[in-house]
Design a protein around this ligand. Structure first.
Ligand code: ADP
Ligand code: MG
Length: 383
């Protein structure tokens, strides 16, 4: 298992650039020099005193002084050597040991225990770092397991949606065609009410067909036809407008656009995205003829697209709800639809690594119109 590769350690600055061991060496050399200078000074002073031919009691005192000084110097030398050993084995070595252990963990060996048993301060530090490692590791493992479980159940759900909608098509076709045949063949023998019931059944079957087709599209995103390459969204938009040409002509809608830059995307899915958004913009129109504009602006590594219209708009409190599958704000007889369109759009955009949302602020004066925004990864154009 591995988390992301770790960045290289930060370079120390100023006096921190010198490792601690070097500082100790510097101080030790300085102390050694002072010590040697002290010994030399004392020796010259005693030699000079001896040249003055002092009285015997004074000479005896000087001899005792020399002995005392020798003892002090030897003790000092012993202390210095002891300090070197202590620093080396009680500080520098454990620091090295801990650094090695931390480096191994940082390099990806997350199961490695961190432990040094002396000195007390480093032992405490290592035990804190180790418990931090343990806690992060177990939280990460839980998150990993959950992500894995989520991926699995998502895959299962997609598979289920696909199989269910695919297998439902056949019996549905049967229901629709036999009800229609019933009407054609026995229409003359049926009264008005029976004909009305048949019309309801045919209408129900058609609606179910629409739902199933939309569900199939929804479950296909990311499962099939998912390849992403450098794509011209302009071409996907042309295709979508082509598919919507009858609706656009009937409603007298005008669709304008900025110059659309290349993105990393899937042509078919981007066509579905434009088609659903423009279809909504035209369907949820106000009294005026629909005007739709596809805009674009740069946002870091992404392009932020927008689709704005002059239609009936969406109340901000529904800004999240409309993206849920089957969620609609209007009765079916006023505005027909399955409520899958925006859920499909969001799935497509998220599959591309972007985000899709309703812009609550950018509506036309009087609260009319809706603007949807979404991001798509730029196609490495170096801008
Ligand atoms: N451009 C728009 N203007 C106003 N309302 C919209 C617009 N686009 C979507 N909506 C609202 O969001 C709901 C969900 O949209 P969608 O998922 O495409 O379903 P459908 O188009 O089948 O109703 C719509 O029923 C509508 O209430
Ligand atoms: Mg729709």
């Amino acid at each position: 298992m591995s988390i992301h590769p770790l960045p290289p350690p930060k370079e120390p600055t100023g006096l921190g650039r010198l490792p601690v061991a070097r500082w100790f060496l510097l101080v030790a050399i300085l102390a050694g020099l002072i010590f040697a200078a002290g010994v030399a000074t004392v020796m010259t002073m005693t030699a000079k005193t001896a040249e003055l031919n002092p009285r015997p009691e004074v000479a005896a005192q000087v001899d005792r002084l020399i002995v005392a000084l020798v003892v002090v110097f030897v003790l000092l030398l012993g202390c210095g050597a002891g300090l070197v050993v202590i620093v080396r084995y009680a500080v520098l070595k454990p620091i090295d040991q801990l650094t090695d252990q931390v480096r191994a963990v940082a390099a990806g060996d997350f199961d490695r225990d961190l432990h040094v048993d002396r000195p007390a301060e480093l032992a405490e530090l290592s035990s804190h770092i180790d418990s931090m490692r343990g806690r992060i590791l177990s939280a990460w493992r839980v998150a990993n397991d959950q992500a894995e479980e989520l991926r699995r159940s998502n895959g299962e759900l997609e598979q289920f949606a696909y199989v269910a909608s695919h297998d439902l098509q056949e019996p549905l076709r049967k229901v629709a065609s036999f009800t229609q045949m019933l009407e054609q063949r026995y229409g003359s023998q049926l009264d008005e009410r029976a004909k009305q019931y048949i019309a309801y059944a045919v209408d129900g079957a058609k609606r179910m067909q629409l739902l199933i087709n939309d569900l199939l599209d929804f479950s296909r995103v990311g499962r099939v036809t998912g390849e992403r390459t450098v794509t011209e969204p302009g071409a996907a938009l042309d295709r979508a407008l082509d598919n919507l040409s009858a609706t656009i002509e009937d409603t007298g809608a005008t669709v304008t656009r900025d110059e659309l830059p290349a993105v990393m995307g899937n042509h078919l899915q981007l066509t579905q995205l434009f088609q659903n958004l423009i279809e909504n913009a035209v369907k949820f129109r106000s009294e005026e003829p629909p005007r739709v504009h596809i805009g674009v602006r740069r946002d870091g590594d992404m392009w932020e697209f927008s689709c704005s219209d002059n239609g009936i708009g969406v109340e901000p409190k529904y800004a999240d709800r409309i993206f849920l599958i089957f969620q609609r704000l209007h009765a079916r007889d006023v505005y027909p639809g399955t409520g899958i369109g925006l859920a499909l759009c969001r799935k497509i955009v998220e599959y591309h690594g972007g985000q899709l949302w309703l812009d609550g602020e950018d509506t036309e004066p009087g609260g009319h119109g809706a603007t949807f925004r979404w991001t798509l990864p730029a196609a490495g154009d170096g801008r």
